[in-house]
Design a protein around this ligand. Structure first.
Ligand SMILES: [Zn+2]
Length: 443
């Protein structure tokens, strides 16, 4: 089964990032078989079904480097609060009362619908009941990196850190062999994980060859509190525990200092940059330019819908680029090409999947999107479509999405099974969840 995609322009996202014309791509099964001129591919693959995409750009799917997809159900709950009050007064009490397999499934279905329609093909997720998130992602047709999430306090999901790890590992075993399901170890953050648990995470990461995905240095308070409790900054503690290596994906990193960035760069650590969440929770602005100079790979993430409040990788990528320029006071910082690469290949590297996704490269999974970035008056004139994708583009410009060679969005519509499931959650189950939140919050 082969499909020949013939767009007006293509961005493979390999360096140097550029817009190419007169190129087509052949999908065979779940992979990209070849990229060449349409004429040559038509000769090579005479049986292939042809899909012409005039006026549109074909590029790799966006990779959301950090999400808590199920928190889509908490969108708009607890706005305008700083991180610790947001967690302690809103999120943790609600999660304690609400979180269940069903909750995670329903929230993740809504998040997948939002992300797929907005051009995101992979999300690197951290939440309770990861098996339910995987089930939702599979039914929606989206690629997931599910976190084997752990934290030291009990929830409806697990009683202690070991129980979280064991349940996550069991879920991983259940989904073995699924090409669009990947895993990471996801200890929540240094301030919620003991040395003992970090030791177990490190051993498992080595044994199972998995990335380690954790929140790090998100707020100034986190760093100060760590110093007063342990005598060490969080990065120093991770260094002593042996966690600073190429497996580590640090989320946020807003309060990493230059010495820490240099060390993390040397060790091959990656950074998931979530600018909207950092701004909304008033945590600050991550030192992205310094992190890039230190040699860190940068992916871009939305974080959860309770702290963003959208899973919009177009908005996030634009914000990342603009903030980097503003903070560094250098307009050539984090250019459109760099930002696009971070939102695709950077995210793939961050999730340990650069061999499989992140660029349009023969042999990789056919995870790609089609964007009509200059369709209306908002985008005219359009002298440079590559910069338009970052500075003008909108998630509503995404017309088609493929994950593992399957067309999961066609002409701005989710495929039938995803559309039916999404509507059912949205129309029937969401009102029930909302009533339960109100009573849990006592109002
Ligand atoms: Zn987060």
């Amino acid at each position: 089964m082969q499909t020949l995609i013939e767009p007006a322009w293509m961005i493979t996202m390999e360096s140097p990032v550029r817009l190419q014309t007169g190129m087509a791509l052949c999908i065979e099964g779940d992979r990209i078989a070849a990229i060449d001129t349409p004429e040559r591919l038509q000769t090579l693959y005479p049986q292939a079904r042809r899909v012409a995409l005039p006026g549109k750009i074909l590029m790799p799917g966006l990779v959301n480097a950090h999400s808590h997809a199920a928190m889509n159900l908490f969108r708009g709950i607890g706005d305008d609060l700083p991180l610790m009050r947001w967690l302690q007064e809103r999120i943790w009490p609600l999660e304690g009362a609400m979180v269940s397999d069903e909750f995670v499934f329903d929230g993740t279905v809504l998040a997948c619908a939002e992300m797929l329609l907005g051009g995101v093909t992979t999300f690197n997720d951290m939440y309770f009941f990861p098996g339910a998130a995987v089930r939702a992602a599979r039914q929606m047709g989206m690629r997931i990196v599910a976190g084997i999430t752990t934290i030291e306090f009990p929830t409806a999901y697990a009683s202690d850190a070991d129980d979280y790890l064991n349940k996550g590992l069991t879920a991983r075993d259940e989904w073995k062999g699924e090409a669009s399901v990947h895993w990471s170890l996801a200890p929540h953050a240094p301030y919620t994980i003991s040395d003992d648990t970090f030791g177990k995470v490190l051993t498992l990461a080595d044994q199972l060859d998995l990335p380690v995905h954790l929140h790090l240095a998100e707020t100034a308070h986190e760093v100060e509190d760590a110093v007063s409790r342990t005598g060490m900054r969080p990065v120093e503690r991770l260094e002593r525990l042996g966690l600073l290596n190429e497996r580590l994906l640090a989320v946020h990193g807003v309060h990493l200092n230059p010495t820490e960035l240099a060390l993390m760069g040397q060790r091959g650590c990656k950074l998931a940059h979530c600018p909207a969440s950092n701004l909304k929770l008033a945590s600050g602005m991550a030192p992205v330019v310094a992190a890039l100079e230190a040699g860190m790979t940068i992916g871009i993430g939305t974080d959860g819908a309770a702290s963003n409040n959208r899973l919009d990788m177009f908005a996030e990528t634009r914000l990342a680029s603009l903030l980097a320029k503003g903070v560094s006071q250098a307009a050539d910082t984090f250019t459109a090409a760099q930002a696009l690469q971070a939102a695709t290949l950077g995210g793939a590297r961050a999730a340990g999947l650069e061999d499989r996704i992140g660029s349009l490269t023969p042999g990789k999974q056919a995870d790609m999107i089609c964007v009509d970035v200059a369709q209306d008056v908002f985008a005219q004139p359009a002298p440079d479509l590559l910069s338009h994708l970052v500075y003008v583009g909108d998630r509503r410009d995404v017309t088609d999405v493929w994950v593992g060679g399957k067309r999961v969005v066609e002409n701005r519509q989710l495929h039938d099974a995803a559309a039916i499931l999404g509507s059912e959650v949205l129309l029937k189950r969401l009102p029930i969840w909302q009533t339960r939140f109100q009573s849990a919050l006592g109002g």
